[in-house]
Each structure stands twice: as C-alpha cells, then as structure tokens.
Design a protein around this ligand. Structure first.
Ligand code: ADP
Length: 647
C-alpha cells in the first residue's frame, strides 16, 4: 500500500458537535475528510488506504476509541491520532499517551484551536511519512546493490565452471574484486612452494606506474604474510594504517586468504591508493567469496594441468616406444597408432584417420587375430619381418594390440634349426653304420661276457643318440611346418591306438590305466600323425615318470567348442622351480636324472604340435605325488572352414 500526502483525514466520533465542526471547519479549508460513526466502518475504510490523520472519539457505539487507536498505530504508525474526550482526567490522559495518541481535545471546542490541532497533526504525519519514504528508499537501494553484488558473484562462478584457462578466469576474478569493492587496484599473490615467497599471479591496475612484472614479496612481517599465517582476512583503513607495515603506501586495503582444502595458497587483495575511500566488513565478506572462487579456479587448473601432463607423458611414451601400439575402441575403431606400429605396418603416408575402422589399416593378419579372439600370434610382414602381436582387451577402453619385432630371434632360431637339422641328418648314417657293425661283432667270432656287456652299452648309447636325432628332426619338421596336412581326427581313436602300442611298457611297470572318454566324442581338425605323437609322448611320460605299480588316468571332456584332454599320473611330479621350463627344448627336471633316459625334447614337440593346432597345454604337478598334463584343442566345426587348411 502506498502512502500519499493527500490521503484523507479519518473522523470517527458519534458526537454531532464534532461532526458539525468537521463539516464547517475542515471541508472549506480543502481537507479531504471521511466521517464515520462506527469502528467497524472505520476499519473498512482502512482497506482502501491509510488515513493521514485520525480523529477518534473516546467512546463509540461499538467499542473503545482508545483500543482502536492502539490498533491503528500498529497498522499504520505514520498516522497520528487525536482523541476526542468528554472529560480529560489524568488517568485518561495517561492511557491516551500509552495508546500512542498525539493530542486530545474536549468540549467546548473553539474553531481556531481545532484547526491548529489538525494542522499540527498533519505536520507530524507528513514528517513521519517523509522519514519512512527516505528509509524505504535507502533499504531498497541497499537491497539492489546487494542483489547486483550477488549477480556479479554468480557471473564469476559461471565463468569459473565454464572456462579452463586459468589466466582468463583470474582476469575475471580481478575485475570482479575491483568492481564489487569499488577499489582502485586488485592483486592476487600466490605462495611460491620453493622459496616460500609470495609472487604476483594476477592483478588489475596494480602498481602500473612501477611495472608489476615479477613482483615478489616475502611473507615475513608483511601484511599479506600475516594473512597467510593466520588464515584471517585483514581490513586496513586510515585509523590503523599507521600501525601496520604494508610494503607500499595505500589509503585503505583488504587482504583475504585463498584457501584450497585446508591449505592457504595465497592472498587476494584490493586497495585504494589515491582515492580516500574506506572499505568495510561487507567488502571483506564479498572479497572472501571472490577468493573462494579464485581458489576453486586455481585448484581446477592444477587438477586439469596434472591430468593433462600425465596424459601428454603417457602419449609421449606410447608414441616413442619402439614396439608398435594400436589402440582400438569397443567398436574396433582406431583410437591411436604409434610410430612403431606405423613403421611395422608401413602406414606412413597412408595415415589412418583417428576413428576409422580397423579394417582401413589393411592388416588382414591383425583382423584375423581379432576375429579369432586370439590373445597372441606371429604376424609375417614384408621383407621377412616377423612381429609378435599381442591382443589385450581393456575394459572401458577397447583393445590394445602391441607389435614386438621378433625377426632377429626368428632368424637366429631358423639358423639354429638349420644347423641342428643338418647335423642330425648327417649323424643318422654313421649311427646306423655303428649299430650295424656292433651287431656284426658277435656274429664274426666268439665274444666274452664282458665284451658282450660292452657291446650292449654301445648299442644302448647309440640307440639314445638316434632317439635324440629323431626327436630333433621331428621338431625341426614341425617347426618348419612341413606336416601341414590336416583332416578330421578322432582323438579317442588315437588314444586307443596309443594305449595298445604302449601296453607292454604299462605291463612292465605294473601300472593301472583308466581311460574316461565320453561316447560319440566330436572330432578335431588336425594332422593325425602329429596328434598321435602328442598322445604317445604324454602317455609315454606318465608311464616313464611313475614308479612301478602307479596309476594313470586319461580323461577327455568337451567344453563349448573345445576338447580338454588330461593325462594324469601318480608319479614323481615336477619340482615347482622346474615347472616354468618344462616345455623348453632339452629341459629335463632336476628329479628326472634317476629315471629313464630321455632327450628333453618330447614336451617341446608336444607343445609345438598343440600350438600349430591352435590349442593350449599346461601342467599341474605336485612333487612326489603326480602330474596332470592338460591339453585344450578346438573342435572341428563343419560350418566354419578351419583357418589353416593349408594342405
Ligand atoms: P624326456 O622325457 O625325454 O626327458 P620330455 O620333454 O618329454 O623329455 O620331458 C621333459 C621333462 O619333464 C622330463 O625330463 C621330466 O623331468 C619332466 N616330465 C615330463 N613328463 C612328466 C611326468 N608325467 N611326470 C613327471 N615329470 C615329467
């Protein structure tokens, strides 16, 4: 409800004399008068507006005038009340003062006195209203300025969340600090972690006359230092300026601490040097809010820069590392190809666009690897280069393919195999000759028992050497991939044949053999001679490395599209320290010496064969208790032609 200096005068009496007086005195004077005789009617008029002045009778037909006067002063304190009474007793006057009544009058009434009374009341009313309007204007202006400050702060917070560039955020911080506090200058000083000094990180109008580049200050006994140490803001004005040491002359100044978590990393300051304008506590509060935003911005920038540095570091490592690295996302789109991979795949020049499909790399062998779901494979590249490709699925990223150049090892391995093959081959003929002649010795004349024993030794040794030569030649052939022929192979048949072949050895050692093969075993796709050798070697070893009277189990199972074979024995077992080398060429476990002779090539051959059939082999063994050799082979799938039908 707005108040106006033209609001009416409310007259509430039931006395005809007063009413007549009002009519004859006030109306001709131009006063707007509203005359009512009941409190209820007077209340109704309040809905339309508050009266400028109220003349109220002490006694009214519907209640006490004093009580209404009290109510009225609660509703509209700017409306003075003049009380009309028939008898002015001290008690009544006291009550009137307590009810906030301005003045009283009684009968008889003189016109002049009444007019003076009303004029006086109106003057008081106008003073009260004038004061109230001034106060309201002031409060509104204050509210407006605080709202504008809040808007400025909210803009600052938006700029902090929307920008990552610290310089630009701090520039906004400086502008905001100056505009919110109406300061001449603002500065943001951060603590240098290494020297402990404060250095200027951002400023507005700060020391522009002296140049503020490289501005630094100690935190010893300076004002900013005190803020850093105590974590409390300081407000300096004319009164306490002389007592405090600032390192340059200012008229007024505020420093507030910049806190990140529980550490104080710097101070935000505003000051007036030329203008003699003081700051107040409100400015301190505003500047503290700005400092909080600045601290968040600095922390954000630090986190971002740390992450960014870390990312850049990782990218440099990945880029510079000699091995090839290809990173694909979950849909096999290329995310990253490093220099090593570019060189290996001769991609330089034909840059694969980031986000392009892996098929664009034109690397059939890598595609093949991914299609087959293999975790590693050797990839043959141009000019005889061979890469060991490893595929690692990484959750939330996709797939990482690393390419390691193993051409040199392959070359060495080939040279060694060539050498071994040549030597083995060349040894075969003289060995056969030796055996032939040794056998002839007994036939050409009588030999003593001792000579016969020596001949047996020679025969056994030559036999061992020819076993070794045969194993070496076998291994050479498998590694060179000569036996590429593949067909449908029923492993259960091979197991049956192997048990038949080795039944004499089983019987000789008194082992019990149990074979557990489900009926209608599906076949695998492979080379029957090589797979037979796997079964022979594993069963042969079980017999050989199990002391007489042991037990041997052969078990076959189907799991998904794989066949799992187990050769389990109750033999000598393999010492844990030997387990990692058990499939290496020429390796014999430390506890094998006392057992039957061997070349240390059998398991290497088995492993080679299993791998050329895309299978896996591993061993579980407990020393002195027994070993289980596990072989997993993919089943033959009619619908899918085998990846290596290379007959
Ligand atoms: P070889 O039997 O000719 O020594 P292998 O390559 O077949 O060579 O085996 C390598 C080594 O693995 C053996 O010398 C032996 O120490 C160990 N080994 C193989 N099979 C068994 C088994 N079933 N139980 C215990 N040790 C075994």
């Amino acid at each position: 409800m707005t108040l106006s200096f033209h609001d009416p005068i409310l007259v509430l009496t039931s006395d005809p004399q007063v009413n007549t007086l009002v009519e004859t005195m006030l109306r001709p004077e131009g006063f707007d008068v509203k005359v009512v005789t009941l409190i209820a009617d007077a209340k109704k008029t309040l809905n339309e507006g508050f009266p400028r002045l109220a003349i109220i009778g002490e006694k009214l037909p519907d209640g006490s005038g004093l009580t209404f006067a009290r109510e009225l002063s609660d509703i509209t304190p700017t409306t003075p009340v003049i009380l009309f009474t028939y008898q002015e007793s001290t008690t009544m006057l006291k009550q009137a003062i307590q009810a906030g009544v301005m003045d009283t009058f009684t009968l008889p009434i003189r016109g002049d006195d009444f007019l003076k009374l009303v004029r006086n009341g109106l003057a008081i009313a106008d003073r009260r209203r004038g004061w109230m309007q001034k106060e309201t204007r002031l409060a509104t202006a204050n509210l407006r300025s605080q709202m504008s400050d809040l808007e400025t702060l909210s803009r600052l917070s938006q700029s902090i969340t929307s920008k990552l560039d610290l310089d630009s955020v701090l520039s906004t911080v400086m502008d905001t600090a100056v505009s919110l506090t109406n300061a001449e200058e603002s500065s943001l000083l951060l603590v240098d972690e290494t020297t402990g000094e404060l250095y200027l990180r951002a400023s507005r109008n700060f020391r522009e006359d002296t140049g503020n580049v490289d501005f630094r200050m100690g935190i010893g006994d300076t004002l900013a230092g005190t803020v850093i140490r105590t974590g409390q803001p300081v407000l300096v004005d004319e009164d306490n300026l002389k007592k405090i040491k600032t390192d340059y002359l200012v008229y007024s100044l505020i420093y507030v601490p910049l806190k990140t978590h529980d550490r104080i990393v710097g101070v935000l300051g505003v000051d007036n040097r030329n203008l003699k304008k003081p700051f107040n506590d409100y400015h301190v509060r505003l500047l503290s809010a700005v400092a909080d935003f600045a601290a968040i911005a600095i922390e954000n920038a630090q986190v971002f820069s740390n992450t960014d540095n870390e990312r850049a570091r990782l990218e440099t490592i990945l880029t510079k590392v000699q091995d090839g690295v290809i990173i694909l996302d979950a849909e096999n789109k290329v995310i990253f190809v490093n220099q090593g991979a570019r060189e290996a795949l001769s991609l330089n020049g034909t840059e694969p666009a980031s986000d392009s499909d892996i098929s664009n790399l034109q690397m059939d062998q890598i595609m093949d690897l991914l299609d087959r779901g293999s975790s590693r494979a050797e990839i043959n590249l141009n000019e005889g280069r061979v890469m060991d490709a490893q595929v690692t699925p990484i959750s939330n990223v996709g797939t990482v393919i690393t390419l390691h150049d193993i051409s040199m090892f392959k070359e060495l391995d080939r040279a060694k195999s060539d050498f071994v093959n040549t030597v083995s081959h060349d040894l075969r003929t003289p060995l056969t000759t030796i055996l032939g002649y040794v056998e002839l010795v007994e036939r050409v004349g009588p030999v003593t028992d001792l000579q016969r024993e020596y001949i047996r030794h020679v025969q056994m040794s030559v036999h061992n050497i020819s076993n070794l030569v045969n194993d070496l030649l076998n291994l050479g052939r498998i590694e060179a991939g000569f036996d590429k022929h593949k067909e449908i192979v029923h492993i259960d048949h091979l197991i049956g044949e192997s048990c038949e072949t080795l039944k004499d050895q089983l019987a000789y050692k008194g082992h019990r053999l149990s074979v557990d093969i489900p009926p209608n075993m599906p076949p695998v796709w492979g080379n029957p001679i090589l797979l037979a050798q796997v079964v022979d070697n594993l069963l042969g070893n079980s017999i050989k490395y199990t002391p007489p009277g042991g037990q041997i189990f052969i078990k076959a199972e189907i799991e998904g599209n794989q066949m799992i074979l187990q050769f389990k024995d109750t033999g000598v077992g393999i010492p844990p320290m030997d387990l990692p080398f058990i499939f290496d060429k020429f390796f014999r476990a430390s506890n094998a010496a006392g057992e039957a002779s061997g070349t240390g090539l059998g398991l290497a051959i088995v492993k080679s064969i299993v791998e050329t059939h895309y299978g896996r082999i591993w061993v579980d063994s407990v020393l002195s208790q027994g070993s289980t050799f596990n072989v997993v082979l993919p089943l033959y799938e009619e619908t899918k032609s085998s990846p290596t039908t290379g007959e």
